[in-house]
Design a protein around this ligand. Sequence first.
Ligand code: FES
Length: 104
Amino acid sequence: MGIPEFKVEVATIRCEPSGREVRVVHETNLMDAILQIGLALGQSCDGIALCGFCRVRILEGLENLTPAGAEEQKVLAAEHTDSDERLACCARIHGPVTITTDYW
Ligand code: FES
């Protein structure tokens, strides 16, 4: 009996305009990826989809994020966000994504 093989899928997250990148395991949320890069990200609810301060604009790879759940959709609607914006604490990564915010 051999050692079981585990396939770990990773994706690159790129932040503009700095161009800073990080490679993260699939299912990581955008907030954790951004913190690994070392960029500041607004938040006041500890990542539980309440404050809306962690919203980021997806420049590329929107399809590589998990769809917004009910809680995230409620915050996005209340904040009158654009269709290319997501809450970093909610969106989980499944492929390469490029993001930005107004304050980077
Ligand atoms: S950190 Fe508050 S909604 Fe994401």
